[in-house]
Every structure is written in C-alpha cells, then in structure tokens.
Design a protein around this ligand. Sequence first.
Ligand code: ATP
Ligand code: MG
Length: 409
Amino acid sequence: MSRIKKVRGFQDIYGENAKKYRFVVDTARKIFERYNFEEIILPYVEDVSLFIRSVGEETDIVQKEMYIFEDRGGRRVALRPEGTASAVRAYIEEKLYAKGGYHKLFYEGAMFRYERPQAGRYRQFHQIGAEIFGTDSPLADAELIKMVKEILDRLCIEVRLEINTLGDFESRKRYMEVLKEFLKKREDALCEDCRKRIERNPLRVLDCKIESCREATKDAPVLMDFISEESLQRFEKLKEYLNALKIEYEINPRLVRGLDYYTDTVFEFITDKIGAQGTVAAGGRYDTLVNQLGGPETPALGFAAGIERLMLLVDKLPEKKSLIAVIPVVTEFNIEGLKTAQKIREKEIKTELILKEGSLKSKMKLANKIGARYVVFVSEKPELKDMETGEQEIFQNIDDLIDALAGKI
Ligand code: ATP
Ligand code: MG
C-alpha cells in the first residue's frame, strides 16, 4: 500500500531538533518574563479580513501566501500567517486598554504561509513574538530591541542589527509619490511582481529579494530625506538609547519590511550564515494599526522571530541531564521497579524504567543504548552501577540507594 507522506512545506520536528525547538522557546520565555511581558495564547484561525486590513491588501502575504478556506458555517477564515494582527484584535476585543497604562504581551506558536519551501522557509513555521501596546516612548523601542538581542545572545547566535525609520503616514505618502515616478522610469528592469507593486505598494519594491530589482533601485530616492522633523528626532533618541545600551546597529535606509502596518522604527536582526533566509527576527512600530482595526488610538510596537531559523543557528544545546535507568533484575521485581522509578523521579531526576522483559543482559544493553549515566538494579539487595567508571555498590534497601544517588547527581 502506498504510504501517506507529510504535506509539502510541513515538517516533523523530532529528536535533536525538538530539543533545539524547546531550547529556543524556553530561552525566549525566560527573557520575556524578565522584561515583565505576559503570555497571550491566540487562535490559529481568524476572520480573513483581519489580515487584509492589517497586513495589507497588496502585500505578498495577503496576495498569495494565505491559507484561506470556508468553514462549515460559511465563514471565510484564514490560518494565521503572523501574530501581530491577532494580538491587536485581542487587545481591542478583550478591552485590554481599559485597564490603563501600557501592555506587554508575548506569544509563541505556528504560522502558515503558502511560500516556496526551502531551507529556513516552510509553509508551517513557528514564531516567538512580543508586542507593547500603549506607549509611544522611544524607550520602548530600545527595550524591545535589547530584549530580542538578549534572546539571541543567550542562544549564542551572532547577528547584525539593521534599523531604519519609515516616518509617519503623511511623509511616507509624499515619499511614495516620488518613488513611484522613479520606479516607472525603471519598470523594464524590474521583476513581474515589482512591476505590479509600483502602483499598489511601491515601498515593497525596495524590499524585493531579486538581485536585478535591487540593482535597478540602487539609486532610488531615500525615505529618510522625506520624513518629518518629529520622526527624525524620535529616531535620534532611539539611537542614543541603543548606544547607551551598547547595542551595535547599522542604519539601512532601504529597510522597509514586508508588512504595511509599520510606522517610524523598523528593525531586523540578520545573519549571513544561512544564505538568503538571513532575517531571524524583525519588527517595528505600528502606531496606527490599533485604531485602524477599530480600537482607540494606541501607539504600539512588536517583533517576531522565526523559531526554525533560530534552530538552524543553535549548535550547542545546554548540558544534558544525567539519565538513570531502573532495571528489575527478574520479573518478580517489576512492581518494585515501577515504584523505584517513581521515587527517583520525585527527586526531580530524569529516570527511565527499562520497559523490557527478558534477560538481564538484554536490559543492560538497552540501558547502555539510551545513554544511562547510572543503572539501578532492583532486587533483594539493590545495586547502583556507575556506567562511566563501572563501579558497583550494594545497598541494604532502595531508600538508602536513592539517597546516595541523589547525592551524586
Ligand atoms: P522573509 O523576508 O524571510 O520572507 P518576512 O519579512 O516575511 O521574512 P516576517 O513576516 O517579519 O518575515 O516574520 C518574522 C520572522 O519569521 C522572519 O524574520 C523569519 O525568521 C520568520 N519567517 C517568516 N516566514 C517564514 C517561513 N515561511 N518559514 C520560516 N520562517 C519564516
Ligand atoms: Mg516573507
């Protein structure tokens, strides 16, 4: 019979990779909590119009990457392609703003985009991300960037930070007109997607990954020359704060990000180690989005990082915890074995009861294979074997053995 395979662009994450996945998420969680962010667990399915109205009608995500379907009740829904839109919807719908002050939230989980699968790019991928609602202080931008940097440092991932400012909506509109004129003159040199973008979303042309498009837009007018004094000043403040935190950055005037909702600060953490899929974490401000989706005017900002891309860059997992194998030497000691394994686990020690009947030799072979550091032989006179030194010690009873074991680990 033919076997059923996983769907293109989807993956099983297991073994060493599952450990890396957990390591990335656990590390991020610790840092989020240290910065006083609270978790929000968001739905995977949302009304399709949420993404059209936030990510933007003309973006790649909405134009060609979303998983959209009709549910059995006739609702047009999408598997979420990103987390910010849902976080904003929840912020408004759950009236989080009513509590006053500002809100710092983090999330984790799967995102879905119908893209061409390749290393570091999948159709189901996973992100960690965080959002801050309700403050326009550039202190928030600096702290958010510092937090992301800290996560990356903890994972021993080397990156460079690129920042830019997109200015406010008005200045961006003025710039877009000038950019459009420029792009029209170079239309022939652009890819098909970019030609369509000239009218609909000219900013995105600057973000195109295709080399010939990059070449053709090398001398494009620069957004920084068009933005308001206020935006420039806030950018200066951010730079000052980053300097104070000793965070190195480069200003990349072409950095625009692929989503429509950004205003003012945008940033990307980039590595050169994994080829074209080099952006591992990215984010920025989106001061108008909450209002645009029907909430009160609320300045906000956030970031997201792709867990799979971080996993590609993690090469050392933290030291493994020692594993204890419990072996009932003969079947008569199975019940004692069950109980012993439980008792050891109660001491928060990683324990495997050898789930195998048969000769003691075959059980030992298995203990070896799973990498047990110590083996506990359960019999009338319990024994502890150090698998590294080969030393063996006999105890009067199992409790004495466990006490001795706990002292060694
Ligand atoms: P890219 O330019 O690589 O397509 P993006 O601008 O679409 O990224 P965002 O929407 O900002 O990315 O998502 C934030 C992060 O999520 C990215 O920096 C990347 O690490 C990760 N990411 C995005 N799309 C994918 C994907 N299809 N597979 C794996 N990771 C992804
Ligand atoms: Mg993309």
